[in-house]
Design a protein around this ligand. Structure first.
Ligand code: C2E
Ligand code: MG
Ligand code: MG
Ligand code: MG
Length: 292
């Protein structure tokens, strides 16, 4: 009982939950070490304009280059640190690293939008905008408009009006916002109404089967119409084939991201990929396919 006195004062000692709590703390410490030792890396997935195939930007996606287990996707470690005090430093590292990379590409002649995923609990920190402004000031050549923060509609946005205020303050810096996985939340329409996001990202679960599932197609069409009615940009994620790209273009969705264009890749692979992508007629000529 004494051992547990701190947190769960009124609970009897339970060896099983004690072991789990210890494991959880151990895991958070391990990810903190990974961050400090440079084992976390960002991969970048292209976003393209379906009308002309132009590469317009990338989304930064974190991975853990684990010394024994290899390259781990975010689903393997982000859930473990959710709600911990590691979310903020990790998020700040992602922002700094992505901005530095965007500046590097700009200097190399590649001007790209940079999408960065932000956890809701990080976004609502009181100093979020100030720290964001500081991170942007480290990269003075980079237009703040090139940063687009992607946020999920989640329960952590309990105070949606407060979240809206944070968005507006950051937007005053020039930074843009996207609602990620749009359509999968409990109250997507409320979020859309109350959060001044610039872009809706149609969730891949609707996009992937939209050619064969008429309900999914209906949802995709509705989100595109919603975006237009609310004067927001719209991008489809999970675009795995050329045919889906052509269908989206026909429906009025001009931006796409997905394995059909490219998988997320290390920073060093992007410029070679972009050079090769420019040679490819297939996606550039989608407008012709869609118009047929
Ligand atoms: P997300 O932001 O919705 O990112 C899209 C995810 O879908 C990525 O998975 C991407 O690799 C995957 N994807 C893209 N196109 C396709 C496709 O055509 N088919 C399929 N099957 N998958 C596709 P990833 O990198 O494993 O990331 C998963 C989630 O983890 C992200 O979803 C995002 O919510 C979160 N995440 C990733 N990086 C960060 C980060 O730096 N910070 C935070 N807070 N969350 C992150
Ligand atoms: Mg995202
Ligand atoms: Mg998404
Ligand atoms: Mg997702």
């Amino acid at each position: 009982l004494a051992k547990n006195a701190g947190k769960n004062r009124f609970h009897l000692f339970d060896p099983e939950s004690d072991r789990k709590a210890q494991q959880h703390r151990h895991y958070i410490d391990r990810v903190r070490l990974a961050l400090e030792q440079g084992e976390l890396v960002l991969h970048y997935q292209p976003k393209v304009d379906l009308r002309d195939g132009r590469l317009v930007g990338v989304e930064a996606l974190v991975r853990w280059q684990h010394p024994e287990k290899g390259l781990l996707p975010p689903s393997e470690f982000l859930p473990h640190i959710q709600g911990s005090n590691l979310e903020q430093p990790l998020g700040e590292w992602v922002i700094r690293t992505a901005l530095a990379q965007a500046t590097q590409w700009l200097q190399d002649g590649l001007q790209l939008q940079m999408g960065v995923n932000i956890s809701a609990s990080h976004l609502v920190q009181v100093d979020f905008c100030d720290k964001l402004a500081a991170a942007l000031s480290v990269q003075p050549q980079l237009p703040p408009e090139s940063l687009e923060l992607e946020v999920l509609e989640t329960a952590a946005f309990e105070d949606i009006n407060a979240a809206g205020a944070v968005l507006r303050r950051c937007q005053a810096l020039g930074v843009r916002f996207a609602l990620d996985d749009f359509g999968t939340g409990y109250s997507s329409l409320t979020y859309l109404r109350k959060l001044p996001v610039d872009t809706l990202k149609i969730d891949q679960s609707f996009v992937r089967h939209m050619l064969t599932d008429s309900e999914d197609r209906g949802i995709v069409e509705s989100v595109i119409r919603l975006a237009s009615a609310f004067n927001r940009e719209v991008i489809a994620e999970g675009v795995e084939t050329l045919d889906i790209g052509a269908a989206l273009l026909g429906m009025g969705c001009h931006l796409a991201q997905g394995y059909g264009v490219a998988k997320p890749m290390p920073a060093a692979a992007l410029a070679p990929w972009a050079a090769q992508w420019r040679q490819q007629a297939r996606w550039r000529d989608l407008a012709t396919i869609a118009g047929e």
